[in-house]
Write a new protein. Structure first.
Length: 67
């Protein structure tokens, strides 16, 4: 890779064969998926954290918003 090029992810859709929530938390969940890498190809499992993302907050004392 040239020194001026940064690595990046590429979108590459895969077929999710099954998905199961293994931990259902107040702020985040942990999911376990089985995914086909290619038609007729290998099947893998992945575990990951799912969360709602960041939210803006408002300070009523200062009257200012963040984010």
């Amino acid at each position: 890779m040239p020194h001026n090029q940064h690595p990046s992810d590429e979108f590459s859709p895969r077929t999710v064969v099954s998905s199961q929530t293994v931990y259902d938390g107040l702020i985040w969940d942990v999911l376990h998926d089985e995914v086909d890498l290619a038609p007729g190809g290998p099947r893998i499992t992945r575990d990951y954290v799912s969360h709602p993302g960041a939210v803006p907050w408002w300070s009523s004392m200062s009257g200012t918003a963040c984010c």
